[in-house]
Every structure is written in structure tokens, then in C-alpha cells.
Design a protein around this ligand. Structure first.
Ligand code: FES
Ligand SMILES: [Fe+2]
Length: 438
């Protein structure tokens, strides 16, 4: 498959006929992945890291933009820069550790050195290899086209041709505000992370995040185990895990926000088990009641297409991911929390993070298994298409009342978190970008 029209044909979007279908070839055709690298990952903003991961001058984190290795660094002026992680001399991987602090990046191959702005400051044994007037600036590192930060979340783009970051984030920016503003200080990534590999196409996992429909089925083991544990141990207060979202009928909603990003929320049946509840009095002085309802009374979940997930459900969780091949992907997760959080609140947050989101916990292994099995099933050609239409009858254009309360302007709203409206938005954006051609 080579033409961009061929990729567009993998999404059958006919709202007038009530049809929204995806061809499963999008998961298993190597040509699709090759085009995704070029047309999606190399042409839009990608999440890189959180500010708090590189607080000091010279702090760096090595990560990926699609298939390209990059270094994100806080340079000598305190600004955040991003370079392709490839030495300016003969292209060795310059940084082989995941994080660290440097005054210069020293290449492990022939020993060239680069400052934190990417400038080549030393070519080893220069005098015995080049003339005196030879300019080593030709070895400088290649910076990525754009780096920008929204409220501590750092993004980069490999092309100049992107909207400003806040415009790109669309309605998800309002939800990021709701993560950041209630905290007494800034947010921080809680030390530690987990990286795991899944044997499935990256889009299956990307879909799994905004898909609340699966939760009561796939995570019933989690809900039942929590219920048994809490009955036995007599846990109280924040130590308890609210499982009503998985076992009861609750108020909820979801939005198509544009640019392939997704948002859903759900009512918290027992808000008192979340750390933020301890701060309700102080928060009530800073926020309107409708905003407080979002902050204290609702679990919130966003994805930013194509590589960020941020949520406050069982715990607060940040996730990024990248394809490794058409049938393999890597996910990295962190717990994100207010800086200086009291120990009891931090402990409650972390225990629930481990329970639900870690691959050694009680939920993520089930999600991984489901996604890996869906990948296997994607080869079943006689069942080549699947539908994403759940909730179409409950869709309304523009914001609902909940969205209006926080100044969010989605393209469309629905009345439940388990509708598939959000996923339609993901694949409309996928098609738009794949159609843009190469
Ligand atoms: S490849 Fe880095 S110094 Fe030669
Ligand atoms: Fe899940």
C-alpha cells in the first residue's frame, strides 16, 4: 500500500449513514507503521517529559520521538532544549543512560564533547587531524524543530509546521489546568518509573486508555479483589480504593476535543478516599462550585494524540508510549503528584497507583493481555472491519454543561464515559494525518 488514499480507505466514516468502521489492517500492515512514523510521529507535537524530571542545569532525559532517539536537556541558561541523540561526528548514540546530569555530553565512541546547547566544544586530537582554521561547529548536534512546555508538560516537534502548543492541546489544556491549579505547589513526577513491552500494535493500547466500556468486564478481578481486601482489613479513609466507578451506575461524560485527543470523566461515588479531598476547604476558597465538582467530585482522563495519557482515576498517572514495530510497543508510566504532598496522602496515592497501573498490579496485565489478543485477532481477514458507533444516539455538538463550567469547547459531547465518540475522534485525526501524504 503506498498511496495516501489507500490509508484513508481504512477508515469508513459516514455519519449520515450512522457508519464508523475501522479496517483491522491498520494494526498489522508494516507499510501503515512506516507511514505513521513519517506522517504522524514526525509531523506533530509529541510529549517528551515533565519539567520536574530535569529540574537542575545540565539535567537530561533520553527518550524517543517516534523512532528517533532524542535527548531533552536543561541547558546552562535554564532553558529546555532537545537534540537528536546521535553524535555530530559519526553518529554514535551520544547518551546511553536514561537520565543524568552533565556539564558536557561526551561521546563514548571517539570522545568528542558537546555543551548542553548542542555545540561541539572539543574534537579529540584536533591538531593532529585537521588544519588550524577548521571549524568544529560543523559537528554541532542537530536540535529538533520545536520545544515548548504547557504548565510543566514538555513537548517537541520534529517539524516547524505545527500550531502553537496550546492550540494543539485544544480542550485537553483545560483538563491539564485542573491537574495543575489545585496543587498547593507544582506537580512532580514521583521518583521511579516502569517501562514495559507489549506484543501489539501501538494503536490498540492507545485505544484502550479512553475506552471505559471495557473496564467493568476486564477489571472485575480488580474490583472484586479490592472489595475482599477492604472487607478483611477494615481499611479506612484514604487507604480505601473507590471501586464504585467499576461496579455501579454513575454520572459520566466524554468529549471529542479535536486533533485526536480524548477526554472522559466519571463521578466519584466516595470522593473522601482521594488525597485531594483533604484540601477541600482551601480549594473552596479558590474555585467556583462547578470547578470544585470537577476537581474533587470527578475522575478525569485525557489522551493527547499520539503519545500521552494523563489521568486521575484510581490514582494519578502519566503515560507515554511508542511503536517498536508493527506488532510491538513500549510503554513508560509514572505517578504524578503535588510536590511536598504529606506522607499519608503520598502513600495512599502510590499504593493505588501500584494496584491499578503497574504491570505487576491487578489491572494493567489484563489490559495488556486484551490488547495482545486483539492484535492476534486483527489477522482474521473475514472479520476485517469493526465498528465504533456506541453512543452515537447520545452525541450532541459542542460543549455540554460540564464542559462549559471549565471553559472547554469540545467539538462534541456525550452522556457517558463508555461511549465510543472519543475513539472516532482519534481515528478521524489518524486519517487526516495519514492522508496528508508524504
Ligand atoms: S561518533 Fe561520536 S566522537 Fe565519533
Ligand atoms: Fe483497562
Amino acid at each position: 500500500m503506498s498511496s495516501h488514499h489507500a490509508y484513508a480507505n481504512l477508515i469508513d466514516d459516514r455519519p449520515q449513514d450512522g457508519v464508523f468502521r475501522i479496517n483491522r489492517r491498520i494494526y498489522n500492515d508494516p507499510a501503515v507503521l512506516e507511514a505513521e512514523y513519517e506522517r504522524i510521529f514526525e509531523r506533530t507535537w509529541l510529549f517528551l517529559c515533565h519539567d520536574s524530571q530535569i529540574p537542575n542545569l545540565g539535567d537530561f532525559i533520553a527518550t524517543w520521538m517516534g523512532r528517533q532517539p532524542v535527548i531533552v536537556v536543561r541547558n546552562g541558561d535554564g532553558e529546555i532544549g532537545c537534540f537528536i541523540n546521535s553524535c555530530g561526528h559519526r553518529g554514535a548514540l551520544l547518551v546511553t543512560r536514561r537520565t543524568g546530569n552533565v556539564s558536557t555530553f561526551d561521546c563514548p565512541y571517539h570522545g568528542f564533547c558537546f555543551d548542553t546547547k548542542g555545540k561541539c566544544v572539543s574534537a579529540r586530537n584536533r591538531q593532529s587531524g585537521w588544519k588550524d582554521d577548521f571549524d568544529i561547529a560543523r559537528f554541532n548536534l542537530r536540535g529538533v524543530a520545536k520545544v515548548a512546555s504547557y504548565r510543566g508538560f514538555v513537548f517537541g516537534s520534529l517539524t516547524e509546521d505545527v500550531a502553537d502548543l496550546e492550540t494543539f492541546l485544544a480542550g485537553t489544556a483545560r483538563l491539564i489546568d485542573l491537574f495543575v491549579e489545585p496543587a498547593p505547589a507544582e506537580l512532580e513526577i514521583v521518583p521511579g518509573f516502569c517501562t514495559y513491552i507489549s506484543n501489539c500494535n501501538w494503536k490498540l493500547m492507545h485505544e484502550n486508555g479512553p475506552d471505559a466500556y471495557h473496564a467493568p468486564v476486564v477489571h472485575r478481578n480488580f474490583a472484586e479483589t479490592i472489595a475482599n481486601r477492604e472487607a478483611r482489613d477494615g481499611l479506612q479513609g484514604m487507604a480505601k480504593t473507590e471501586r464504585g466507578r467499576l461496579t455501579a451506575r454513575i454520572e459520566s461524560g466524554s468529549y471529542e476535543v479535536g486533533n485526536g485527543h480524548t477526554i472522559f470523566w466519571h463521578e466519584r461515588i466516595d470522593p473522601s478516599v482521594y488525597p485531594i479531598y483533604e484540601h477541600r476547604e482551601e480549594l473552596s476558597k479558590r474555585f467556583w462550585p462547578a470547578q470544585l465538582e470537577w476537581i474533587i467530585g470527578r475522575g478525569r482522563h485525557i489522551t493527547v494524540f499520539p503519545n500521552l495519557l494523563l489521568n486521575d482515576l484510581a490514582s494519578s498517572h502519566l503515560r507515554t508510549y511508542r511503536p517498536l514495530g508493527v506488532n510491538r510497543m513500549e510503554t513508560t508510566i509514572w505517578c504524578i503528584a503535588p510536590k511536598g504532598e504529606p506522607p499519608a496522602e503520598r502513600a495512599a496515592r502510590l499504593r493505588k497507583f501500584e494496584d491499578f497501573f503497574l504491570p505487576s498490579g491487578m489491572s494493567t496485565p489484563d489490559d495488556i493481555a486484551l490488547c495482545e489478543e486483539a492484535h492476534i485477532a486483527s489477522f482474521g481477514k473475514h472479520a476485517g472491519w469493526f465498528e465504533l458507533t456506541r453512543g452515537d444516539a447520545f452525541r450532541s455538538d459542542g460543549p455540554d454543561d460540564a464542559a462549559k463550567a471549565i471553559g472547554m469547547e469540545p467539538l462534541a459531547s456525550t452522556t457517558s464515559w463508555d461511549h465510543e465518540l472519543t475513539l472516532q475522534g482519534v481515528y478521524r485525526q489518524w486519517r487526516r494525518m495519514m492522508q496528508a501524504g508524504g
